[in-house]
Ligand binder design. Structure first.
Ligand code: ATP
Ligand code: MG
Length: 557
């Protein structure tokens, strides 16, 4: 939405409606059902609804669509509010609940009954389904369809009064059992459910169906543009029918394609399964596509917003690559992440000609992309840790790291040459012996020696052991839902989490604050996990440094 070229069809409609004076001020809403935590798909809807209102001087309501007493919980309401604020949006004092409209919706239902447009049906759910017909065959009218207004009113009032058990009766709209649109074949408006509701308690034992609640709530709030995902396109004639028959404010429903991402699932019902069956540690597990999971992993709200704005709004379903989202995360973190040196898989390096017991402080910039982030001091000494994979006994020619006789620069310090190494009884290198060149210090190098590679390192004496958690995709299949007769959980990636219990970090790691974005040099972007304690710091890898998506794009050009 950031430039004129990116104006999408919904924005065009809004511009026309404002230009023609059809609406004076746009008013959108974000209507989550509080039956789970928000995921990245919801972020797309939030950015769309709040973003359009911000851009065109309008308002956005937060409305909890809480018509189903069975699945809704206060914990979800709180998490949803937290996530929307975290993304950077504000609904002011416009926090609404569909359940606040139960009385009003009930009045609407009576109004339709009195107009002869709704009736109480005593048929069972199975009978109603059997009479519904198919898309190619008309349905059959219920034997209760032609009850008198008086009888319908009486029965509906007694439904409300709790005289009947669950499932005994329903209220239906009287529209057209032969309509080619199945949603117009006398859709259900109310069902009996003797259940406790998280807000209305036991005040109600009849609850409105989504189709009778959503549009009416939009209308009550005078929502100008009610934006929803494509699966509601077929519901739109019903949405409009209720508004017309009730003669209430005509909100306009517009559908757009939902966000689908590869290598993940994006329905709260399935995410809940992952949580309750213990495939992940919780809704905010860093592998989850939830906003709380992404926050814990170290994605910034700015990166998520940029991603949502970039993918835009379309009328046709598509699948977006997870690597595109990661690309936006890297772009954002590159600008803001504080750099640190952390050796994930330590190998000891000894500088044989460096004085025993000597420590030098090396000045290091915190972020080459942002001078204002300043510098810090890093201790250097005779004994260092380097990354195990940065040393090879018999390296190929193109390996610009350490091997016998080879030179490398230790970042912000000296050039060293590998002279020798020590192996354990399993034949694995456990210590690398090097010579350093005293006049090769970074910034003042007069040594004339060339080193192609630069390695990160940490001084042994001052090293801080930290736990590091590396993540891979939660699913090993790009479309875990796309397999007939197979459960999506069969495609869970067994290697989605790797824990490194003792990585070695430079001492500045002790000053890292919660919610501070980090880059561990050459290893990726990292973020402190809430499991962290001052004597056991824990970091999540947000994303590696390799940007597969931008490489592919570069190749395409
Ligand atoms: P889920 O299938 O994950 O439970 P939902 O649509 O049932 O999603 P709601 O709480 O009803 O979840 O969604 C709130 C709003 O977010 C709705 O307007 C819905 O259209 C939108 N939304 C949900 N999922 C996506 C998605 N993947 N892409 C874009 N918008 C979405
Ligand atoms: Mg829903």
């Amino acid at each position: 939405m950031e430039n004129e070229k990116n104006i999408h069809f919904i924005e065009e409609i809004i511009r026309e409606d404002l230009a023609s004076g059809k609406v004076k001020q746009i008013h959108t809403r974000f209507p989550p059902e509080p039956n789970g935590y928000l995921h990245i798909g919801h972020a797309k809807s939030i950015v769309l609804n709040f973003g359009l209102a911000e851009k065109y001087g309008g308002l956005t309501n937060l409305r909890f669509d809480d018509t189903n007493p069975t699945t809704e919980e206060t914990e979800y309401v709180e998490s949803i509010k937290y996530d929307i604020r975290w993304l950077g949006y504000d609904w002011g004092d416009r926090e609404y609940y569909t359940s606040d409209y139960f009385e009003k919706l009930y009045e609407f239902a009576e109004k339709l009954i009195k107009k002869g447009k709704a009736y109480v049906d005593d048929s069972t759910a199975e009978e109603i389904a059997a009479m519904k017909g198919t898309p190619t065959e008309p349905g059959v009218e219920s034997p209760y369809r032609n009850r008198s207004v008086e009888e319908n009113l009486d029965l509906f009032r007694r439904m409300r009064a709790g005289e009947f058990p669950d499932g005994a009766r329903v209220l239906r709209a009287k529209i057209d059992m032969a309509s080619p649109n199945m949603h117009l074949r006398d859709p259900l408006m109310y069902r009996i459910k003797h259940e406790h509701h998280h807000r209305t308690g036991d005040a109600w034992c009849i609850y409105p169906m989504y189709d009778f609640a959503h549009g009416q709530s939009d209308s009550i709030e005078q929502i100008t543009h009610s934006l929803c995902t494509l699966e509601f396109e077929n519901h739109r004639p019903l949405y409009d029918w209720f508004i017309r028959e009730l003669e209430i404010y005509p909100s306009r429903q517009i559908e757009f394609a939902r966000l689908n991402l590869d290598y993940t699932v994006m329905s709260k019902r399935r995410l809940l399964q992952l949580v309750t069956e213990g495939h992940v540690k919780g809704w905010d597990d860093p592998r989850m596509p939830t906003l709380s999971g992404m926050r814990r992993r170290g994605y910034s709200p700015e990166a998520i917003r940029s991603f949502c704005e970039h993918i835009g709004i379309a009328k046709r379903e598509n699948i977006i690559e997870l690597s595109l989202l990661e690309h936006f995360v890297r772009q954002d973190l590159n600008k803001r992440a504080k750099r640190l040196m952390v050796v994930l898989n330590p190998l000891k390096l000894v500088i044989t000609n460096y004085p025993e017991g000597q420590t030098e402080m090396m000045s290091t910039i915190n972020n080459p992309e942002d001078e204002a982030m300043g510098t810090r001091q890093m201790p250097f000494g005779k004994y260092l840790y380097i990354e195990r994979e940065d040393f090879m006994e018999d390296p190929p020619k193109k390996f610009f790291r350490l091997g016998p006789g080879r030179h490398v620069r230790l970042k912000n310090a000296y050039i060293v040459r590998c002279d020798d190494y020590v192996k354990n009884d399993k034949g694995e290198p456990v210590e690398v012996h090097c010579t350093y060149f005293p006049n090769s210090r970074s910034g003042a190098d007069t040594s004339g020696i060339k080193a192609k590679g630069t390695l990160h390192w940490v001084a042994v004496e001052q090293a801080v052991p930290v736990e590091v958690r590396l993540y891979d995709r939660l699913f090993s299949d790009p479309n875990p839902m796309g397999h007939k007769d197979r459960d999506f959980k069969e495609f869970i990636n067994p290697d989605s989490l790797t824990v490194i219990p003792r990585a070695m970090a430079e001492p500045a790691v002790r000053e890292v604050k919660a919610a501070e974005y980090l880059q561990f040099l050459r290893k990726g972007y990292f973020f402190m996990d809430p499991d962290s304690r001052s004597d056991q710091l824990v970091f999540n890898r947000t994303v590696s440094l390799k940007d597969a998506w931008s490489k592919i794009q570069a190749r395409k050009k």
